[in-house]
Design a protein around this ligand. Structure first.
Ligand SMILES: O=c1[nH]c(=O)c2[nH]c(=O)[nH]c2[nH]1
Length: 275
């Protein structure tokens, strides 16, 4: 039988590392979930079981903690440093993909913080190969809602269409966005704040004729404000809010009471690119 090994990678997923900065009474915390995936000359471990080219995932996890001791300037910088280390120190490793989810804690004092579980977070992905990092940064689960300035009309009507045109609806979504950097000479923390602000401001300032149109406006604004970004990929679930029919109760409903539906939902996806 003709069978061969296809693409493969391996690594330690989801190392949870919290770094405290305690240079003064006012502490800072960086809270990361770091996943490492290594690829390279790794056929033997799959085909013969020889592990001489395998850096254990346990070692990868230890490296994450050891590198955190030096400080974490940003998720992007930390990912690049780890990627450079794994590819630079091991002959068998050509490519390291480091994915870092970063959770934000709200300050309540010099050393007191709170964080809601789950919810919005940053995600940076650093692919280190050929001696340089390729960096994509994004966010997950940024919930935004406009209570007006959204329409959806003029669509195809066929024999299965029941949707009524909406000239004033709620537009809500949970933003997944990833923006790719064409260079790495970047102030990462500043760039993240600028991109997040751009997404929210474009959502706010676009009078929406569709979520597709809003998606384009959001991606375009990130490209406008960050000269080092060459493409933005967005995934926007349309979190439908249906106007409730209150007529059975002899009540009108001029855009006041909505049913926030859970599923199914429209899913609008697209990439906006710098030409
Ligand atoms: O913004 C929207 N885009 C669609 O493609 C669509 N389809 C739908 O039923 N509602 C909406 N809303």
């Amino acid at each position: 039988m003709a069978i061969e090994l296809g693409s493969n990678r391996y690594g330690k997923a989801e190392t949870r590392v919290v770094r405290v900065v305690r240079d003064s009474e006012r502490h800072e915390i960086v809270d990361l979930n770091v996943s490492v995936a290594l690829a390279g000359d790794l056929d033997d471990t799959h085909l013969t079981g020889a592990n001489d080219k395998v850096l254990p995932t346990d070692t990868q996890k230890n490296t994450v903690f050891a590198f955190a001791r030096d400080g974490i300037e940003s998720a992007e910088e930390f990912g690049a440093r780890l990627g450079e280390h794994f590819t630079g120190s091991q002959e068998s490793i050509d490519r390291a993909t480091v994915t870092l989810q970063e959770y934000t804690w709200t300050r309540h004092g010099d050393h007191t913080f709170s964080r809601g579980d789950g919810g919005e977070h940053k995600q940076a992905t650093v692919v280190y190969e050929n001696g340089r990092p390729d960096v994509t940064v994004g966010l997950r689960d940024l919930l935004v809602l406009n209570s007006t300035d959204s329409e959806f009309t003029g669509y195809i009507v066929d024999e299965y269409t029941t949707l009524a045109p909406a000239t004033d609806r709620i537009l809500a979504t949970a933003v997944t966005a990833d923006w790719h950097f064409s260079e790495t000479d970047v102030d990462w923390n500043k760039a993240y704040t600028a991109a997040r602000t751009a997404l929210i401001e474009a959502f706010r300032d676009t009078y929406s004729l569709s979520l597709q149109q809003t998606l384009y406006a959001m991606g375009a604004k990130v490209i406008e404000v960050l000269p080092q970004v060459d493409r933005v990929t967005l995934t926007l679930p349309n979190k439908h809010h249906f106007l409730v029919d209150l007529e059975p109760f002899e009540l009108d409903n001029p855009g006041l009471v909505f049913f926030a539906a859970d599923r199914p939902y429209g899913l609008i996806e697209g990439t906006v690119e710098r030409r």
